[in-house]
Design a protein around this ligand. Sequence first.
Ligand SMILES: [Zn+2]
Length: 269
Amino acid sequence: MKRRSALAAGCVTVGSIATGALTRPSSGGGPVATARRADDSSDTDRRSEPILEETVHETTLYEIDAPESGPTAMVFGGIHGDEQNGIEVAQEMTDWQPDAGTLVVIPETDRIAVENGEREGIDGDLNRHFPPGGEPQSELARGVWNALETYDPDVVLDLHRSLGIYGVHHQYVGQIVFHSPDARGSALADALNDEVIPWYMPLHRFRSSTSDINGPLLFQAANRELGATSYLLESTSFVLDEDAMNRHTRFGAAKVLELHGLLETEGDE
Ligand SMILES: [Zn+2]
């Protein structure tokens, strides 16, 4: 009993350190600051529209066109409805200011799952509905796929939450960047580890993993069928509060936009 409470106390301490005074202070720069800067350009075009309109799955898609032409990036939150970090960061991104190209964001992709706070909506696990050589497996998946085909993005980013720590909890993947073979997954993981993971949290360092694209996940299908460079970012909830998880997810999302030319961060590289 005594030992158990000591362990529990240890967890609480690590959790509070992650968001407390010892956290590396923001330098005020970097891709997140660039993305969030005040929109002083009247040339930026912002619009939103419903997808899957007049179905139970209706959800909102946001499109932000930068003044300069450039690549199109499409970001998904809420493919799993209980992964709040991805939903919240995707919602924030609808106010971001890309320097070039087009940013398309669907924050609540499986809106019913998001509203219920559950992983799966009424059609099951949306992220298993895009099999190779077949049609999308549900009405929701077809609507999401239609939006993807419409924008035919250069880059796809799918935001998720994982559990546990890789290598410690054998059933969990921990913090990881899954990516298509053409993506800059190791550069993204390196940037996350350099910029947002404190030295005293080595177990939270991000790994990167090149994915077999012949799977049923949305980011795999986007690469396989549309040639999009694609990422699935998993931020763990293990001993982290919402602020810390969102910080990891937010930095990863901004870094993807920077790596692919939608954000130009001064003084970087
Ligand atoms: Zn997920």
